[in-house]
Design a protein around this ligand. Sequence first.
Ligand code: BEZ
Length: 252
Amino acid sequence: MGQAWDPQAYARHARFVPELGAPVLALLDPKPGERILDLGCGDGVLTRRLLDMGCDVLGVDASPSMVAAAQSRGVPAVLMDGHTLAFDQEFDAVFSNAALHWMNRPDQVIAGVWRALKPGGRFVGEFGGHGNVETVVAALRAELAERGLSFEDLNPWYFPTAEEYRARLEGAGFKVRVAELIPRPTPLETDLAGWLITFGQRFLDAIAPAERDAFCRAVAERCQPVLQQPDGRWVVDYVRLRFAAEKPCQPQ
Ligand code: BEZ
């Protein structure tokens, strides 16, 4: 089951997600008039930026509440699972920020992106890469194990190495221009409990409601020596996988 998104909670705890999207937008290098698919558009903040740059944009997302939030920003957006993209050679580029780590059948996603692109089209994105949020992962693993639960059984996140993702893209026929891991320690506007409630719902759902606060506190306590700064701010150990690939005009 996918995670249920609350756009208001997302705006409060995760505003940094679109705010830190500038480098991947620059890598996309969008041109006015280009037809661009935003895969996993979320609440449409970055999609709106593409629209404002004069692109002909469509956002897709698997969360009805996020699609509604994107539409309320004036972004054309539809409900669609990234594993089953239903487009045929209509886009100049497919763009994705902070969404692909929620899609754990990457070859299916990549095949759908390939079909969606015109020959010569670009697939450019950024998502969680190998080692992403590893302090939080270790704390979750330990606290779940103390309660007889397995992190692996619940894990909704896909954080591949650059080599693995490059190989998957090339396997589908893409020519890969960039595939690199970028450590990006990320300050939170709120705290680790807010982050867990926003991004770790799959784990919290496995804990009895009355125990969830204690679980969040225990995870935060384990992370605190590494992730909490002397001034009290939390800085999470994000690692991004940034990539740019092209669907060649002629099959290689
Ligand atoms: C990320 O954007 O890297 C991320 C999102 C959800 C959970 C963990 C990490």
